[in-house]
Design a protein. Structure first.
Length: 68
């Protein structure tokens, strides 16, 4: 974690999450958030030109949670 701290805009929280990902290949906080929202992220991210903002619009405004 100390090696990441000198990088601009990387604080303790981000450094710890990067370290957690590098050692476990997962981030517990992200897994908790994903369990609370019922949307098939992988299917949407697989579509060209679809990013997080568009997925949020699909989920929040249109109620779309998965591709059929």
């Amino acid at each position: 974690m100390k090696a990441l701290m000198p990088i601009p805009s990387v604080g303790k929280a981000i450094a710890s999450k990067i370290e957690e990902y590098l050692t476990t290949e997962k981030i517990q906080y992200l897994e908790e958030l994903r369990s609370k929202i019922t949307i098939d992220y992988d299917a949407f991210y697989g579509l060209e030109g679809i990013g997080p903002k568009t997925i949020k619009v699909f989920y929040d405004k249109l109620g779309i949670r998965r591709l059929i």
